[in-house]
Design a protein around this ligand. Structure first.
Ligand code: NAD
Length: 342
């Protein structure tokens, strides 16, 4: 088991890579704790859960709502959950986001931890202290910053993850390598087959490197005022594609990263051969790289980006593989860029 730490203003988080769900009982008082999980993970891993009360919620983005939060508060009252309890989310990013929010708000905040079961949850959603739910069509609109006390990344659980979800998580992994670590990028370039077949040794290395990169960034900038913005590489366009197509988040940001790389090349920041390497790696991981939608649709979606700052948007470019820079560009500038792409 390898450990990484996040020391945030909202607490310390101990991330355990290679730890097993079977050992969860060592981290909590099982008599007082409550596990929250989704149907798929419960079905596959029920036997590995410690003897502990369980609240099962539904699955998918559609359950990330205040209605689910209300349902859990009601269950907590019924179960007499109190300040001495720990709430543990076992599942993907949806479960982690819900559990972080519900535990941070019930009785003004009780102890919580995660067993992250998807690649996306292990490398991204469980790390960094952002928790929350969707509201009125806006993603993650209602939430808090608060660090889980522990995160268990059980690599074995990735064996049952559907391929679609593997690709979704791996797009964020490529992002970490592209913005921060050239060596890691090279490691990924040689291992697309191992990744798609979920080779557990390779996956463990990938999860560790990704968490290392994200935790270093979060340790420097917990609330996204500077360094953490780099994590939005590919996301301005990605979010737009996610809105206007049936692509998953990971697939959409894959296209977003290709476009951002091309723009970096156009701006003379990145060499065109490095731009192609990014596209090639994403293709080898079976992720989409071609533009979707009309220019009007993309512009409209960009205008709705919640990370915009008035008329400006912080856009992430690459200067090199492993080195990102954030530049403010105007929304209108970005709109002409979109027009130029057609
Ligand atoms: N808080 C953050 O910083 C942050 C960062 C990134 C993403 N997120 C959020 O994470 C969510 C997406 O997370 P996700 O991709 O894990 O989706 P998810 O939680 O919906 O999981 C994807 C699917 O895989 C299933 N699953 C999970 N683990 C499994 C396993 N081991 N075996 C078999 N099936 C398994 C789930 O039941 C689900 O059907 C989004 O809501 C996103 O907003 C949050």
């Amino acid at each position: 088991v390898r450990q990484l730490k996040i020391s945030g203003k909202t607490g310390e988080s101990n991330i355990l890579i290679g730890e097993s769900l079977k050992n969860l009982g060592n981290y909590i008082n099982t008599e007082k704790s409550v596990i929250i999980t989704g149907p798929n993970v419960y079905r596959f891993y029920k036997e590995d859960f410690p003897e502990c009360r369980v609240i099962e919620i539904g699955s998918g983005e559609k359950v990330k709502t205040l209605d689910t939060i209300k349902y859990i508060y009601e269950k907590f009252i019924e179960m007499e959950v109190d300040r001495s309890s720990t709430v543990v989310g076992i599942g993907g990013g949806v479960v982690c986001d819900i559990v972080g929010f519900v535990a941070s708000t019930f009785m003004r905040g009780i102890d919580f931890g995660f067993v992250a079961s998807s690649i996306l949850a292990q490398v991204d959603a469980s790390v960094g202290g952002k928790n929350g739910v969707n509201f009125s069509g806006y993603k993650n609109l209602v939430g808090v910053f608060n660090q889980p006390r522990f995160v268990i990344c059980d690599i074995n659980m990735l064996r049952t993850l559907p391929l679609k979800e593997v690709k979704c998580g791996i797009a964020e992994v490529v992002k970490y390598a592209a913005i921060k670590d050239k060596k890691f990028f090279e490691f990924l370039e040689g291992r697309s087959r191992n990744i798609l077949s979920i080779d557990l040794d390779v996956m463990e290395e990938i999860v560790y490197k990704s968490v290392e990169i994200k935790s270093e960034i979060v340790n420097r900038d917990e609330k996204e005022q500077s360094e953490r913005r780099k994590l939005n590489f590919g996301h301005t366009f990605g979010h737009a594609f996610e809105r206007i197509s049936d692509f998953s988040h990971g697939e959409a940001i894959s296209i977003g990263m290709v476009i951002s790389s091309k723009l970096s090349v156009e701006q003379g920041l990145l060499s065109s051969s490095d731009g192609s390497r990014i596209e090639d790696l994403l293709k080898s991981l079976k992720l989409p790289t071609e533009l979707v939608g009309s220019s009007e649709q993309i512009k409209d979606a960009i205008r709705k980006d919640k990370k915009r700052d008035g008329k400006m948007i912080n856009f992430v470019f690459l200067e090199d593989i492993g080195n990102a820079i954030v530049k403010q560009i105007s929304i209108s500038g970005l709109e002409s860029i979109v027009d130029g792409m057609y």
